[in-house]
Design a protein around this ligand. Sequence first.
Ligand code: PLP
Length: 412
Amino acid sequence: MALRLFAPRTEHFQRLSGWARLSWRSYRGGPAAEKLGGAYAVDLRSDVLTKPTTAMKEAMMEATMGDDVFGEDVTINKLQSTVAEMFNKEAALFVPSGTMGNLISVLSHCHSRGLEVLLGHQSHLIIYEQGGMATVGGVHPRTIPNLSDGTFDLEVVKDYIRPLDDSHQPFTGLICVENTHNVCGGTVLPLDFLAELRKIADDHKLPVHMDGARMMNSAAALDVAPSVILENVDSVSMCFSKGLGAPVGSIISGSAEFIARAVRLRKVLGGGMRQPGMLAAAALFTLDGLIPRLQTDHRHARMIAEAVMKESSGLVHVDLERVQTNIVMIEMLKEGLDAQQFCDRLSQVTMEEEKEIGEPIVVLSYPSTKRVTRLVAHSSVDTKDILAAIAKITYVLHELANQEAESKASHG
Ligand SMILES: Cc1ncc(COP(=O)(O)O)c(C=O)c1O
């Protein structure tokens, strides 16, 4: 097979970091996917890859700024009050990242050492945040098995809450949920799950924190206001730098007391910023027309998922029920095919393929686990790009099916 390699396997991630520098010009339209080594490249590794649009950069240039550690940055203050109102919480605080937002939130709730936090075993907080709550805050995480939709069995939650009269055990200090749930494939936590969890938390006088890095995707999927999703949690951390499209920044929101502690924690963690108004301007810019934009991303993810299932030949699988927002998880079923190999193949172009499709197309995807490839729709890819990605994926699935048929024929 004549291969034009766009990403040799051994250098895969080195090459990817270079590719991430591709410049996208607008939310929609414009060359949302650019030529890469002569190929049409559609980068679906993550929704963190969006680049600021010209209009967003203009809004940033015009931002009024002041010292935010002194509380004098007008644009930051506007962002915080806008978000607090939108979330129907008392206050909000801009922070540099989702990881810092979650850490500050956990420590603001658990302000005495040795408290235990209950959280899902598939949560970003436990897998991807270096155990910051323990290493930095002296807070002890305890995982609850996540169900495949990102929820927990609520009876298990009740069992895991520690008794108050046993000196051997830590006290439970907080319950965390994630919405949408990244590792579970962008699933949306049902509102009745959050309401039931609230009752349990209230029975035990416990706060609930939501890692809502992609909470706006939940609002878009359910077509409800963010405040509806947040009515049963005490605090949330939400990212502007994921599907929303800003270059930097997250926000946490909750009671005035929670945010007052958070301001101190952000400072000790080195997150006090001097004139961050430009970043707040970008964040405010994302809120304009956001929900329809996210709904378009969700439609794009569904187009990919349905196309994969139509052509899967039993070699890969997408659980369509779990494609609720902008993430598609493709499970590898074919013997001997792992997620890295599938990603590699999507990033290569053969002569035969170029002839059949009519142009060389590269799709960048992410091996979420050994068996699962993740594709994420976001605002820097438009419908044309998604159709190009589907043409590529379909071709690769046919190729795998042909290889499978040939291998069966030669063995049988
Ligand atoms: C669910 C979730 N929470 C938190 C984060 C951390 O955000 P950041 O990369 O801004 O630290 C991420 C990042 O992908 C995420 O997916």
